[in-house]
Design a protein around this ligand. Structure first.
Ligand code: GLU
Length: 475
């Protein structure tokens, strides 16, 4: 059978009243992946009809966030603020077909209506005063949608299932304000129709708008798109993720040194699953993402999980790529790798020990800065007068070494152990502190191979002098 399948068209329609929130980014990613997976189109639309709250800075911040995540769109960006004429055209269609009407009820009258309904224990809603009056357009009139009075409006949600809303619960909502501006739900539906959107994945905070939008689709005679309402992202205390829980802007994670592929991976897994697989490359996601495995219950944003996943993505990225990515973080930390040091090799040794690029930059300090500051606790524990023996013996060995391969360094280090009769557990720590200032670091041989003969010798000699001094101070 030759059944025609429509090209999938999804959208991301942010309201530009702030940065790109992680929740918004997640729905953007879902729509983008789905469109890509199906060979469809992904549309970007800026919902900037609220002139009070929309700013160019927010638009730029949203672009910035999307760009960082690697999300590209095929159509748009459209700006709702530039599409008023189109919205007016559709409002006229609704008026012409008898699906909308002018209403001249004054604000006072509406207040009265509301109070009366509340005092009678009813839900406040428009009572239909102008519904059948067929009023002409006048200065202060609004346009209301003539909503069905009986029956139910049904959402067949691909995530939440079948949801029926009794039409009696809804009222004749306004689609054109008295100042001539179209309302939100009207604009969204006109956009979704004219942009050919057939798949709408959005946060379930919008579910209360969906029945109104469905009614508009029906009245205008268009096929309904597929709806999927994704549960919210929560903080640790199970309330909606907000600043109280930590950073909610996507780019704040970039600035902490999270890799974009890790962020995408994490956000997708926050609400979507593929067996028990946790690690996904972008290619993997593009191939495997589907709408059927989006979870029904809300997920909790877990920073530790994100960090662990980022560590895995850093390993996958490899030193050649990370050495460039860590550069801005080195700059921020005021660390300038000196000439002649192999940054890629240094980065390579740090990969297993760091969860973010920011941590990597900080951890790399001892490689690139000559001033080694000894950690006080480390000194107390491992720098004893007798620690001078392995340090001095290693100085002699390194002095005579020409080929600074890790294998060679390993060899002379073990010769030193034999000569001094010390175990690695005794000789290693003072050497490590001499080289890095700390008790935890990449392997000693790796470090020596990276910093080379001159720096190794000067650090060991400085430590020897320090230990000697320490002995004298005690005597
Ligand atoms: N502009 C809405 C928002 O930023 C999205 C509405 C929708 O997806 O239909 O939350």
């Amino acid at each position: 059978m030759n059944q025609k399948i429509d090209k999938i068209i999804t959208r991301f329609p942010p309201s530009p009243s702030g940065y790109l929130h992680v929740g918004g980014a997640r729905t953007a990613i879902f729509n983008w992946l789905y469109a890509r997976n199906k060979g469809g189109n992904f549309v970007l639309r800026i919902e900037d009809t609220d002139a009070q709250r929309s700013t160019q800075d927010s638009v730029d911040a949203i672009f910035d966030g999307l760009k960082w995540l690697g999300i590209t769109w095929d159509d748009g960006p459209y700006y709702q603020s530039q599409r008023t004429d189109l919205y007016l055209e559709y409002i006229q269609k609704l008026l012409d077909s008898g699906n909308a009407y002018y209403c001249t009820c004054s604000p006072e009258k509406l207040d009265e209506m509301r109070e009366k309904a509340m005092s009678e224990g009813r839900k406040p809603k428009y009572d239909g005063t102008c519904r059948e009056k067929n009023l002409p357009k006048t200065d202060n009139a609004v346009v209301r949608f003539k909503a069905p009075l009986h029956g139910a409006t049904v959402i067949e949600d691909i995530i939440k299932g079948h949801i029926a809303i009794q039409n009696e619960e809804l009222d004749d909502f306004i689609i054109l304000r008295s100042d001539g501006s179209p309302t939100y739900n009207l604009a969204v539906v006109v956009d979704d129709i004219t942009m050919g959107i057939n798949t709408i994945i959005r946060g379930d905070d919008h579910i209360s708008n969906t029945p109104k939008q469905i009614m508009l689709f029906n009245a205008l005679g268009y096929k309904l798109p597929l709806f999927g309402h994704v549960p919210m992202v929560l903080g640790g205390d199970k309330t909606r993720l907000s600043k109280r829980h930590g950073a909610t802007s996507v780019t704040a994670y970039r600035d902490m040194g999270i890799l974009p592929e890790a962020m995408v991976n994490y956000l997708v897994r926050l609400g979507w699953s593929y067996g028990d697989q946790e690690f996904f490359t972008i290619e993997d996601l593009l191939e495997k993402f589907n709408l059927t495995s989006i979870g029904k219950s809300p997920s909790v944003f877990d920073m530790d999980k994100l960090l662990a996943l980022n560590a895995d993505h850093m390993k996958a990225a490899g030193a050649a790529k990370l050495k460039d990515l860590v550069k801005p973080f080195l700059d921020k930390a005021g660390i300038i790798p000196p000439e002649g040091i192999d940054v890629e090799k240094a980065v390579e040794t740090l990969i297993p020990r760091c969860r973010t690029l920011e941590e990597m930059a900080e951890a790399s300090r001892f490689y690139f800065e000559d001033e080694i500051v000894y950690d006080e606790e480390a000194v107390k524990k491992h720098m004893k007068p007798e620690s001078i023996a392995p340090v001095n013996a290693l100085i002699a060995k390194i002095d005579g070494l020409e080929d600074f391969s890790e294998a060679n360094i390993d060899k002379v280090f073990h010769e030193m152990l034999e000569e001094t009769g010390l175990k690695f557990g005794k000789a290693g720590p003072p050497v490590r502190i001499a080289l890095t200032g700390k008790t935890a670091s990449p392997g000693i041989f790796e470090i020596i191979a990276v910093i080379g003969k001159e720096k190794t010798l000067s650090r060991l000699k400085k430590a020897a002098a320090y230990i000697e001094n320490m002995g004298q101070a005690k005597n």
